[in-house]
Design a binder for this molecule. Structure first.
Ligand code: FES
Length: 105
């Protein structure tokens, strides 16, 4: 085992778990689309080395409204995230990174 010392500024986890038809899961509420939008945004914004976006299995908050999204190191957990709310996540990430860069000089 080898410890990795490099860490991203932000790590966004997006549940894209699939269940059979009729059962609540993030894939039925656009989890994959949300993951894809955030991943593509990080890449197109030149942030992919600082902001990692990872799709996950079930995070334990399955529902029929929206996906579960987690942001580290902030330890922010959101459930029922709708695709039209992804901009709020992007805004939070950008604001947070700008503050971190401003504080570091
Ligand atoms: S399927 Fe996404 S939280 Fe359970």
């Amino acid at each position: 085992m080898q410890q990795i010392t490099y860490k991203p500024l932000k790590h966004i986890l997006v549940c894209t778990n699939e269940r059979e038809q009729g059962k609540d899961c993030c894939s039925h509420v656009k989890g994959y689309e949300i993951f894809r939008e955030l991943k593509d945004w990080a890449k197109s914004s030149g942030l992919s080395s600082k902001v990692w976006v990872t799709r996950t299995g079930c995070l334990g908050f399955c529902n029929n409204v929206g996906a579960t999204v987690v942001i580290y190191p902030d330890e922010l957990w959101f459930k029922q995230v709708k695709k039209e709310e992804v901009q709020k996540i992007k805004d939070f990430i950008l604001d947070s990174i700008n503050k971190a860069l401003y504080q570091s000089g």
